[in-house]
Design a protein around this ligand. Structure first.
Ligand SMILES: [Zn+2]
Length: 257
């Protein structure tokens, strides 16, 4: 028996990943891949690369209990990002103040809407692409790059790992440039959104990358005492370290709003 309970929202197949459909191109019918299942499979594959726990795949914004003003602001901006995502949002600052949880919660938000959304640490992303250069790789580096760079929501943690190789530096610039181009796209259907978490001020990144991140189109308005205040797309969080106030909810629980 196939486990139909695990089928994602929007699944059109019987759980096999394929469905028989008649289309204009194939009036007699043809086997068509189920998009929802293909996305789910790819996300699981990448979660395995990143070593994500199943519990982390169900974190939502309600799980983040702010312990300081910076984290509270971060959560407000995250809620705004759900409503009106703005392209690239970079969060930087000290360890342990829920930056990672915010990234994971937003990725889950986009997933619940049926989008391809990915959370990865930068080094895992590098390893994943690099593995595509091995002769026995089932898909080559270019295919891997193309699939990841097109994700509707991409969250990259630990972007500013020190001591990057030449390959990594070049990859970082090209990749973030491509994501920036997606982030400023006018058509909402084509537009893509990127979340970056860093431990240090992104001003320390190479100038051309920093310029992309601080694009004046990135950011949001929040209501402060009845006035609309603009918060740019680079956010500093210097709250002290904290533990999540409660354990992440169990997989299979109610999806987050
Ligand atoms: Zn399906």
């Amino acid at each position: 028996m196939r486990d139909h309970s695990a089928r994602p929202a929007g699944c059109t197949c019987d759980g096999s990943g394929w469905t028989f459909e008649r289309t204009d191109a194939h009036p007699d019918g043809a086997m068509v891949q189920c998009t929802a299942c293909a996305i789910m499979h790819f996300q699981r594959q990448l979660a395995a690369v990143s070593g994500l726990l199943p519990s982390e795949l169900s974190i939502c914004l309600d799980d983040v209990a702010p312990n300081g003003p910076d984290t509270a602001l971060m959560v407000r901006m995250a809620r705004q990002f759900c409503e009106e995502p703005w392209g690239i949002w970079s969060i930087w600052g000290s360890y342990g103040n829920a930056k990672t949880m915010i990234l994971q919660a937003l990725v889950n938000h986009f997933r619940n809407q049926g989008h391809l959304a990915i959370y990865m640490r930068f080094t895992d992303l590098l390893d994943y692409i690099r593995a595509g250069y091995k002769p026995d790789a089932p898909d080559d580096a270019r295919e891997r790059y193309a699939r990841i760079v097109a994700a509707k929501c991409l969250a990259i943690d630990e972007v500013d790992k020190p001591r990057l190789t030449e390959f990594a530096v070049e990859f970082q610039a090209t990749f973030l440039d491509d994501r920036w181009r997606y982030g400023v796209e006018q058509d909402p259907a084509i537009r893509r959104h990127t979340l970056l978490a860093l431990n240090h001020d992104p001003a320390g990144l190479p100038g051309h990358i920093y310029d992309r991140l601080r694009d004046s189109r990135f950011g949001c308005y929040l209501d402060v005492d009845g006035a609309d205040v603009w918060y740019p797309g680079i956010t500093r969080n210097m709250d002290s370290s904290m533990r999540p106030a409660m354990p992440p909810r169990q997989p299979g629980g109610e999806p987050c709003k």
